[in-house]
Design a protein around this ligand. Structure first.
Ligand code: FMN
Length: 473
């Protein structure tokens, strides 16, 4: 598979094409130091075998925030060095911190905008990124990713909502100025051979925001300035965030937030056209900067098709790797059937929003890390069988079944549905304590077949339950 082929990115060679994009864990305290739970989370990601793990956004400056890692002073280097070293020992992949500058927000709903920054404050930003990048190298990371996506400072300069009237706002060239100066400052500080990537929005996904049209040009300029990879995200903006009384605005609560972390109601690879459009534009200009596509990509065939079709060079998987850090290792061994599959319930997103430890809805209740097991015996149905039944009420199909049994415990159930004569699709998953499911997406005029499969902590699946057939009235 191309997915498991290496890729040279400047001086580093990624062992495969899988990237874990940055995902805030909220495991650090507000002091921003690396601690044991953070180490455990990233060592686990590294063990899982992804080609590149980008560590959660860490602040380049001292501004107050909720729990967030920091790289804003030399005092943070020791902890980060220990983390990088443990990640290198744990797996074959490379690791890079994502470094971020953000503006101030308050519980009153007020937020600082780029037009509120003095010129001196603007001019200080490239240096803050450059110093943080150097600290990242001192800590032993293989590469550095500059956060220019979502609601944060550099993204807000790129934005069409940048309200500055000086050389840093207005025309596209002016909006690009600070991000390019930042890239240049980082490059000057780390040297030509250190891989430096940028994550930015390929579409803002807010009214009046920029779209792929301008993002293509931004990508081209970043590539011309020598960036080593472009990781394409979308949305996550303050402009359409939903205010909540007494809480700071969270930039993933509006439509643009949904586009950033597409939930159950979005199709697979929902944002792929953006990365593909950017890559195509770069190639038309003779530039071969690797492009990372992310957003609801979690089946190996889909990832492989994207790479084979040349729509992206690398595949980003955030929530799927949170759900099962061993996705890369299992899939490389041909065992996708053992992967615990993300169901895009976005509980992780909701936890991030509340500054709570980011965990996965599918993990056992109370767990702060993904479970691990070497068990090889799959769950079994009880003697009375799964006895799956379906009931139609309120124009939805309600399924119920008997609990499966497993020596270590049943971790969850996959819900499978076939429409008419089409092959069954796994439509969702529920945690092991739940033996019921409501399908609200069945409509009259179509026939459905359902079955469920139990899985254990190692991802061993039971045989399929008995099936039920349903015709909606
Ligand atoms: C809990 C959580 C935290 C995130 N934190 C970051 C972050 O720090 N930086 C970033 O660029 N993206 C962040 N993202 C966005 C992801 O990197 C990714 O783009 C998004 O989840 C869509 O990819 P997926 O469908 O593979 O999950 C976060 C996403 C989640 C769910």
């Amino acid at each position: 598979m191309k997915l498991f082929s290496p890729l040279a990115v400047n001086s580093m060679t990624l062992p495969n094409r899988l990237v874990v994009p940055a995902m805030v864990t909220r495991l650090s305290g507000e002091d921003g130091f690396v601690n044991q739970p953070i180490t455990d989370r990233y060592v686990r990601f590294a063990q899982g075998g992804a080609g590149l793990v980008v560590l959660e956004a860490m602040a380049v400056h001292g501004s107050k925030s909720g729990p967030l890692l920091r790289i804003s002073g030399d005092e943070f280097v020791t902890g980060l060095r220990d983390l990088a070293s443990k990640m290198h020992d744990a797996g074959p992949g490379k690791c890079a911190p994502q470094i971020i500058h953000f503006l101030k927000i308050s519980r009153t709903g007020w937020r600082q905008k780029v037009q509120d920054l003095s010129v001196a404050e603007v001019l200080a930003i490239p240096g803050l990124y450059a110093q943080a990048a150097v600290r990242g190298l001192q800590a032993g990371f293989d590469a550095i990713e500059l956060h220019m996506a979502h609601a944060y400072t550099l993204s807000s300069f790129l934005s069409r909502h940048n309200g500055r009237r000086d050389d840093y706002g207005g025309s596209l060239q002016r909006r690009l100025r600070l991000p390019l100066e930042t890239l240049a400052a980082v490059r000057a500080a780390v040297g030509a051979n250190v891989p430096v990537g940028i994550r930015f929005d390929g579409e803002e996904c807010v009214k009046g925001g920029y779209t792929l049209d301008e993002a293509r040009v931004m990508a081209l300029r970043f590539a011309q300035y020598g960036v080593d990879w472009l990781s394409i995200s979308a949305g996550g903006k303050f402009e359409d965030a939903q205010p909540r009384e007494g809480e700071p605005l969270y930039p993933y609560t509006g439509y643009s937030g949904e586009r950033c972390m597409p939930g159950r109601n979005y199709p697979p690879a929902a944002n792929l056209y953006i990365a593909a459009g950017i890559k195509d534009h770069l190639r038309q200009h003779g530039l071969f900067t690797p492009v990372v596509a992310t957003g609801k990509i979690n089946r190996p065939e889909l990832a492989e098709d994207i790479l084979q079709a040349g729509q992206a060079d690398l595949i980003g998987m955030a929530r799927p790797i949170l759900a099962d850090p061993d996705w890369p290792r299992k899939v490389q061994a041909g065992r996708f059937d053992k992967v615990i599959r993300c169901c895009y319930a976005n509980v992780c997103k909701a936890k991030d929003e509340r500054f709570q430890t980011v965990t996965c809805f599918l993990w056992p209740r109370g767990a702060i890390q993904a479970p691990q097991s070497t068990d090889t015996t799959p769950p079994v149905w009880p003697a009375k069988g799964a006895a799956l039944v379906a009931d139609i009420s309120q124009a939805r199909v309600s399924l119920k079944w008997n609990a499966a049994e497993d020596a270590e415990g049943v971790y969850g159930y996959d819900i499978w549905r076939a429409e008419g004569t089409s092959p069954p699709q796994r439509i969702d998953a529920v945690p092991g304590a739940v033996h019921a499911y409501h399908d609200s997406n069945a409509v009259a005029g179509l026939n459905y077949r359902y079955f469920v499969q139990a899985y254990d902590f190692a991802g061993n699946r039971s045989v399929a339950s008995s099936e039920v057939e349903v015709s909606m009235p």
